[in-house]
Structure formats: structure tokens, C-alpha cells
Design a protein around this ligand. Structure first.
Ligand SMILES: *[C@@H]1O[C@H](CO)[C@@H](O)[C@H](O)[C@H]1NC(C)=O
Ligand SMILES: *[C@@H]1O[C@H](CO)[C@@H](O)[C@H](O)[C@H]1NC(C)=O
Ligand SMILES: *[C@@H]1O[C@H](CO)[C@@H](O)[C@H](O)[C@H]1NC(C)=O
Ligand SMILES: *[C@@H]1O[C@H](CO)[C@@H](O)[C@H](O)[C@H]1NC(C)=O
Ligand SMILES: *[C@@H]1O[C@H](CO)[C@@H](O)[C@H](O)[C@H]1NC(C)=O
Ligand SMILES: *[C@@H]1O[C@H](CO)[C@@H](O)[C@H](O)[C@H]1NC(C)=O
Length: 802
């Protein structure tokens, strides 16, 4: 092997000799490299990087690539020929007319550095890791930085339209299933794709750097600068930071940002002092939980079809086939799983379904997008029976009083502690008895114990988790002395990257609860500063005495909230539960609440308003219909909708009313919600459902549309005082323009404006069953489905504002 195992010795001993072969990174036209074990690559002046053929482990093929030359594992940062390795004795030549040309031993051309319509003077392997072809006047004709593979290096810039492709597998460099792209609209996204057609599926990370109301605010470049910071540069020169503020020193570390083959985009550093065996250490990763964040209807999810994803170390996914399934390609542990037996729907009268099939009970496992039937109300026994006798049914989930039947192929499989139901996986008896799940195949080497802890966490019930979290968190703290202050744990991360903070840490972060951001029914919110992976300004909510015996409620609530991720929800980062101190730590929202924005001094534009309304609708739809534990918010109002850096709506305070909903009798509980936004059924003896949120949303939608409060002040004319009444009057009398008198933008966007008003009227129907579901509301707001003419919202009028 020609490559150095001890680069330090290598560089001191052999470098002078190499300097003859190739001077100071400069490569002359006509230079040729041959793919052999002993060929010397083209080195950068500092010999940090090499360009040449790297032998693929255990194979007699070579990859034309650029790699970190001084790092023992020769980390590859760029590759040619779409990642396809070439046979021994293939050649790459630097030509004047066509740049780099790669050909096989027979001389057949395999790849070249695109069409160069100029004359190349020389090539240059820069110390930044960029291989460039330059013209005589030093103009750059081609750069590896402009044609990235799966990695970006410091000093590299990604322009609009730029993309990275993941590899197929750790050691297969062909284009894989994941992409990182900077879209034309300025958003940086991660998405899965269809491999043969290259069609992009739904994004699972969106930077949010697209501003539909002011394009100068949208992203323009992704910059990874020399000091290891990655940020999006907006058209107006402002920046959007991706990396945390504190980064290990750039002079002492190498950096790379790689879209890993499993879809996790991460930034890593590596200390330049080669004293001992060491690794690339990660500083930042996206998405937060790839198992849960990929949720598109198309594609198989983070793992292959029928597979189940669990989050391992460093937020990297682990894929496993469930019992009764095995890997389609035994070498691809992240790929699809095939059922070991197939069910045929042919009539088979001789044997009953009971004799043929049985169930394996799985814990906390879900394939959320594979439903084809929901049965309700239904008993568990009927659910099992129904799946057993249904030849289409592969899995059934029983939760609450509902039975969901799922069909093959199952997609987006994940371990999710908040499934809160029973999962029955059907298998054919008589075939081999279902195998115990294979060992965690995705894991590398000796990470066993940590993963085991993770899997215990993932595999156990919600209750056990909490015992675990509580133990991890408070542990001996409670058992011994309450006054004992534990040194602040630097990395006390519990499940889903939810952090457990000590009270002391939060006192320090908020500077003794100095800066108040707001007050609500559940407590007061303070601004805080702390060093977290992704951000350093947080909002700390100090809960008042919610309930006497609130420990269990608090834990349940935190667990549910922590499972809830959506771009229109405020994200929970951590919590503190120490003696009688209960605090929640959230993302900080820089632009305040919708109330402040809407009713403040300057009137927001129509476009901003519609953007916000749609955001709220999407967030609510997620809470109602998409997250694994349905959440009814119960207090939707403009004060509870916050605005992020891009003025996108983020719903806050969700999950707070959760325990109340479990106990559906409202005899001993106060009415939740806020005057003016409260649905009429709160005052009646009818069940409280998600439709109470739809009502509140309707009031809010009308407020946003008309840009005024739902109950006017004293100076307002009486007929206008109650917004819902006034909107209905205007609608009935065909003078909707009165609602937005001086708002030219809204008037010019008449169809949309009318649609929004009509949807608002549908939402505030007194009869909950007439109010549409949030999903339908989104479609109506977007104009995808027609909005029917709404009936009078209060047919048997009695005031809802009691
Ligand atoms: C590389 O070599 C060419 C031709 O010998 C020379 O003109 C150029 O200045 C050299 N560049 C560097 C950076 O040494
Ligand atoms: C090499 O990289 C440095 C730093 O980005 C840059 O200033 C220099 O122009 C590059 N050299 C060539 C030949 O591209
Ligand atoms: C890499 O993966 C692709 C797609 O699965 C496959 O066609 C190719 O043969 C693999 N290459 C190697 C070297 O295993
Ligand atoms: C867009 O934002 C920039 C500042 O970021 C501001 O100067 C400009 O006036 C804005 N344009 C519009 C149309 O609002
Ligand atoms: C890189 O970006 C960070 C954050 O924007 C900045 O503080 C630093 O000065 C930049 N470094 C260089 C070399 O431009
Ligand atoms: C390198 O990684 C392995 C496994 O991820 C870990 O056990 C080991 O401690 C790491 N070594 C260093 C020096 O960080």
C-alpha cells in the first residue's frame, strides 16, 4: 500500500521526494495518473489534500477522487465519474482542450471534466481541497468545488441550484436516495428522491430562507467559510446561521460537511494533531430525527420499504426488518425488507385464516402512511380478527377505539414512543417461526452499549420511559438532598434530543428570570441565553401551579410535546423538573406574536397575512391529524401564535390542555380557551373535539383576513363590534369589500380574499359537524378545492360571547 498509515512520518520523510514529481500543487498539461497500488497522487502544497485514484477496499477497483491525505482513513471528499469505480490501470490525463479525461485500460473514455471551450494552462490542487483547471490568465475554467459530490469543504460555496447527493452506502459512491439542494426560491432543503428518475420527494428539512413577501430576504448562497461556519447568505447580504456560534478552532482542525449515505447532513471536525487514533467529531446535524422527520407520501422513508427506523447515536438512523421480514439485498442493511411469506388473495376454502396466520405484537412501531382503512368504534379483538381475515391487511394498529389497517409495502416505518397503541404484525404460520429481530445492523463496531440504552428507551412504554428519563435526570438528586446542587451536566440529553436542565442552569441562562417575554394562563415566559447545538437564545417558560398532583401530567405533557415536530410549531428543546420547579425550554421566536404583528402600529401586508394564516392551518392540521398522538390545542388565539425569523407562524402552548382531554367530562374543569375564540360547545353538553380548535382558527382567520380584533373597542360602530357577526352580515349582503376598506392588496386579490372569508365562516359554524377538518381547510385556503357557499353560522342565535 502506498498510502501512509502514519502521515506525520510520511510527510517529513517522503515529502521532499514527492516535490519532484509534482511541484507545489501545480499539475502540468499532459500529466497522467494511472490506477495502480503505487501511483503517487497529485498533492496540494501543504499535502493536506490529494487528487488521484484511491483503491476501493476489498476490490480491485479505483475511485478517481480527492481525499484528506494526512488523515489515516483517507476521508474522501469528492469523486468523479458519478462515484463509479474504474478498473486497475485506468488513466486520468490533464489535457489542454478537454481538461481531465478519465479512460479505462483499453483507452475507452469514461468521464471528463465537462465541456471546456477554452485552453487549459495547468491544473492546481489547492490547499482548500479544490482541484481547479486554470487558463493562462489564471481564470478558472473548472473547479471540483463547483461540482460537489456528497461533501462541502471550508471555502466552498453552494449557489442557487447547487446540490449534493448522498452515496448509496458507506462504501458505494453511486448516487443514493438523499439530496441536499439550494432551491431557486432560496430555501436549503434535504429531500429523498426516486433513484432512477431523480425526481425529488418531499423535503425533510427546510431552512425557511424563502421570503415570499420580499425576495431580497431569500437565500442566495450556502457558504462554508474558512473558520468552519456554515450559513445561508441572503440576497440582501444578511446571513442565516446553520452552525452554532462556537466552533472548534479552524487553525487546529479540519472540517467537512457531508450528506451521509443515510440522509443525515452533518458538519464534522478532525484535530490536525496526529498523536493518536481519532475520529471525525460531529458539530452539527440535520434533520433532528430522520426517522420521524421524513413524512412524505412517496418514497420509503429513512429506511427501505417494510423496514423500521430507530434513531441511533449522533442522530443517525438504524434500520431493521421487523419479524417475519428479511433484507431484500442482504448487503444493504438500510434497504427494503421482503416478507418471508406472501399472502395471496386467492380463495382458499380448505383452511381458515385463523389456521394460516398469526400476529406478532410489536412495541411502539408505526408505519404512519400505510393505512388503507380505519374502523371505529372497534374493539381490539375485532381489530385483530378483521386484519386476520383480510388478505390485504399486513399490519393493524389499535389505539383508543380505532383500528387502522395497513397494507404492503409499508413505508416510513419508525419506532415511535408516542404510538400509544398496539401494533399487530401478521405472519403466516407454518413458515419458519418469526425470527427475533436481527442485531442492530446499521451500527458500527462497538457502539453496543449506548445503542442498547437507546433501544431500551425506544422500546419501552411511555411510562417506563419517564421513569428512565426521570432517573437519568433527577436520579440521586431527589433521593438525597434537595439543597444539593449538582454540577451542571454538559450533555444531559434525553431521547429525541430533549434536554433535561437543572434549575440552576436555567436560573443562569435567564439571568435570574430577568427578561420577561410574556405571561399566559400556564405561567410566565422569560428570555434566556445558553449554548445549545443549534441555537443560543431560548424562551424559558416557568409553569405556575398547574395542578396539585401535576408530576404525572407534567411528564406526560413533556413527552407528547417532545414528539411533536412541525415547521409551524414552536419546538420544545428541554425541560426542568426539580422538586416544585417545572420549566419548559423552547426555541426563541424573534418576531413576537401574531397579536403584536396584526394589531400593532404598522399593518402587515396581505401576502404576509395569508402566509401566516396558512402556516397556522398547517400546524393545526399536523396536531389534529398527522402527529401520532392527536393534540387538541384548546386555546388558539393570536397571542399563542408566534412568528419566527421569516414571519412564518409557529403555534405555541400546544399540549398544555392534554390531560384535560383524557378526562372528557368537563364537570369539574374550567372552560379552557379565551373569550371571543371559544367554541359554543364549551358551554353546552356536547363533546369537545378537534372542532373547538377549528372554531378558534376561524375567528383568528377572520381577524387575520380583516386585520382587526374579533371584538371591537367601544369607539367602533355597534354593527361592526363583533367580527363574526359583521363578516356574516357583509357576506350575506354582498359587500365584502367593507371588511378590508383601505387594503388595496387584499382587494386586488379578490378571489383569495373571498375564499378566506368563506372558509372563516365555515369554521365558525355553531354546529361543530359543519366545520371542516383542518386538512380540508388548507385545501380550501390554497384554492385546491372549491369553497361552497357557507350557511349562516348561528342558526339559532344565542351569544357565544357569554
Ligand atoms: C503552474 O505552472 C505553470 C506552468 O509552468 C505556471 O505558469 C504557473 O505559474 C504555475 N502556478 C503555480 C501556482 O505555481
Ligand atoms: C487556492 O485557494 C485560495 C484560498 O481560497 C485562493 O486564494 C487561491 O486563489 C486558490 N488558488 C487557485 C489556483 O485557485
Ligand atoms: C452501488 O449501488 C448501486 C445501486 O444499488 C449498484 O448498482 C452498484 O453495483 C453498487 N456498486 C458497488 C461497487 O457495489
Ligand atoms: C425588502 O427588504 C429590504 C431589507 O431587507 C428592504 O430594504 C426593502 O425595502 C424590502 N422591500 C419590500 C418590497 O418590502
Ligand atoms: C465565518 O463566519 C462566521 C459567522 O458568520 C464569522 O464570525 C467569521 O468571521 C467568518 N470567518 C471568515 C474567515 O470569514
Ligand atoms: C472513535 O469512534 C469510536 C466509535 O465511534 C469510539 O469508540 C472512539 O472512542 C472514538 N475515538 C476518539 C478518539 O474519539
Amino acid at each position: 500500500m502506498a498510502y501512509p498509515l502514519l502521515p506525520l512520518i510520511f510527510s517529513t520523510l517522503f515529502l521532499p521526494m514527492l516535490a519532484f514529481a509534482q511541484r507545489n500543487g501545480n499539475v502540468t498539461v499532459g500529466a497522467v495518473l494511472t490506477a495502480t497500488d503505487t501511483a503517487t497522487p497529485w498533492l496540494s502544497p501543504s499535502s493536506d489534500f490529494a487528487f488521484g485514484f484511491q483503491k476501493i477496499r476489498n476490490k480491485d477497483t479505483f475511485l478517481l477522487s480527492i481525499w484528506y491525505y494526512r488523515i489515516p482513513d483517507r476521508t474522501i471528499v469528492w469523486y468523479a465519474n458519478e462515484g463509479t469505480a474504474v478498473p486497475r490501470d485506468s488513466k486520468v490525463e490533464l489535457t489542454a482542450e478537454r481538461g481531465l479525461v478519465l479512460s479505462d485500460p483499453q483507452g475507452e473514455e469514461l468521464w471528463n471534466s465537462e465541456s471546456i471551450v477554452d485552453v487549459v494552462a495547468n491544473g492546481f490542487m489547492n490547499d482548500t481541497g479544490n482541484f481547479v483547471l486554470v487558463r493562462a490568465d489564471s481564470a478558472k475554467l473548472w473547479e471540483s468545488f463547483k461540482n460537489p459530490s456528497d461533501t462541502i469543504l471550508p471555502a466552498q460555496v453552494m449557489e442557487i441550484g447547487g446540490e449534493l447527493y448522498s452515496r448509496q452506502a458507506e462504501a458505494n459512491f453511486s448516487k443514493g436516495r438523499f439530496q441536499l439542494r439550494l432551491l431557486n426560491d432560496g430555501n436549503l432543503v434535504l429531500n429523498t428522491r426516486n433513484v432512477p428518475s431523480d425526481m425529488a420527494y418531499d423535503a425533510y428539512y427546510i431552512s425557511g430562507t424563502y421570503d415570499e413577501s420580499n425576495s431580497s430576504n431569500s437565500g442566495n448562497q450556502v457558504i462554508f467559510n474558512e473558520t468552519g461556519h456554515m450559513y445561508i447568505l441572503r440576497r440582501n447580504g444578511k446571513t442565516f446561521d446553520l452552525t452554532p456560534q462556537v466552533i472548534p478552532s479552524a487553525s487546529e482542525n479540519y472540517y467537512r460537511a457531508t450528506l451521509n449515505f443515510d440522509g443525515v447532513f452533518a458538519i464534522y471536525y478532525y484535530r490536525k494533531i496526529f498523536t493518536s487514533v481519532q475520529n471525525w467529531t460531529e458539530v452539527w446535524t440535520k434533520p433532528d430525527n430522520i426517522c420521524l422527520d421524513i413524512r412524505g407520501y412517496e418514497g420509503s422513508g429513512a429506511c427501505g420499504y417494510n423496514s423500521v427506523c430507530t434513531l441511533g447515536e449522533s442522530r443517525r438512523p438504524i434500520c431493521e426488518c421487523p419479524q417475519g421480514f428479511s433484507l431484500l439485498d442482504p448487503t444493504d442493511t438500510y434497504g427494503s425488507c421482503k416478507p418471508e411469506s406472501t399472502q395471496a388473495c386467492a380463495a382458499d376454502e380448505s383452511t381458515s385464516a385463523e389456521d394460516l396466520y398469526g400476529f406478532v405484537d410489536l412495541t411502539d412501531t408505526d408505519w404512519p402512511l400505510s393505512d388503507y382503512e380505519q374502523l371505529r368504534p372497534y374493539s381490539e379483538e375485532d381489530c385483530r380478527k378483521s386484519c386476520l381475515q383480510d388478505c390485504f391487511c399486513a399490519v393493524a394498529i389499535y389505539r383508543g377505539d380505532s383500528c387502522w389497517k395497513k397494507k404492503l409495502p409499508l413505508s416510513n416505518g419508525r419506532k415511535d414512543r408516542s404510538v400509544n397503541g398496539k401494533t399487530f404484525l401478521k405472519f403466516r404460520k407454518g413458515d419458519l417461526p418469526p425470527q427475533p429481530p436481527p442485531k442492530f445492523q446499521g451500527s458500527k463496531k462497538d457502539q453496543g452499549s449506548l445503542i442498547l440504552v437507546g433501544s431500551v428507551l425506544l422500546g419501552s412504554s411511555v411510562f417506563v420511559n419517564f421513569v428512565f428519563i426521570a432517573a437519568a435526570c433527577l436520579g440521586f438528586f431527589l433521593i438525597y438532598n434537595k439543597k444539593l446542587i449538582r454540577p451542571s451536566p454538559s450533555n444531559n440529553v434525553v431521547g429525541d434530543n430533549l434536554r433535561c436542565f437543572t434549575y440552576k442552569e436555567l436560573v443562569e441562562a435567564t439571568n435570574g428570570f430577568k427578561e420577561e417575554l410574556g405571561r399566559g394562563a400556564f405561567g410566565t415566559v422569560y428570555k434566556g441565553t445558553m449554548q445549545l447545538v443549534s441555537r443560543n437564545i431560548v424562551a424559558v417558560k416557568r409553569l405556575g401551579n398547574v395542578v396539585q398532583d401535576g408530576d404525572k401530567e407534567f411528564k406526560t405533557e413533556v413527552n407528547v410535546i417532545a414528539q411533536t415536530h412541525h415547521k409551524n410549531l414552536v419546538r420544545l428543546l428541554g425541560f426542568c423538573n426539580e422538586a416544585d420547579q417545572r420549566l419548559l425550554v423552547y426555541e426563541y421566536m424573534s418576531n413576537g406574536s401574531v397579536a403584536g404583528f396584526l394589531f400593532g402600529d404598522t399593518k402587515p401586508s396581505w401576502d404576509q397575512r395569508t402566509h401566516i394564516a396558512l402556516g397556522i392551518a398547517r400546524g393545526l392540521s399536523y396536531l389534529h391529524e398527522e402527529c401520532s398522538t392527536q393534540i387538541i390545542h384548546c386555546d388558539i388565539k393570536p397571542q399563542n401564535i408566534l412568528l419566527d425569523d421569516y414571519y412564518s407562524a409557529r403555534i405555541s402552548d400546544f399540549g398544555m390542555a392534554k390531560l384535560l382531554m383524557i378526562n372528557q367530562s368537563r364537570t369539574n374543569t374550567a372552560i379552557r380557551g379565551t373569550k371571543g375564540y371559544v367554541a359554543p360547545e364549551w358551554f353546552r353538553n356536547t363533546p369537545v373535539t378537534v372542532k373547538v380548535d377549528v372554531y378558534s382558527f376561524g375567528v383568528l382567520l377572520l381577524e387575520i383576513t380583516c386585520c382587526r380584533r374579533c371584538v371591537g373597542d367601544l369607539e367602533m360602530a355597534e354593527e361592526k363590534a363583533i367580527l363574526t357577526d359583521w363578516v356574516w352580515d357583509c357576506f350575506r349582503e354582498g359587500r365584502l369589500d367593507a371588511l378590508v376598506e383601505n387594503d388595496e392588496q387584499a382587494l386586488n386579490d379578490w378571489e383569495k380574499f373571498k375564499r378566506f372569508v368563506m372558509v372563516g365562516i365555515w369554521c365558525v359554524q355553531e354546529d361543530p359537524s359543519l366545520r371542516p377538518a383542518m386538512k380540508k381547510i388548507i385545501q380550501m385556503l390554497e384554492g385546491v378545492v372549491e369553497v361552497a357557499v357557507p350557511p349562516c353560522p348561528f342558526p339559532n342565535f344565542n351569544s357565544t360571547y357569554g
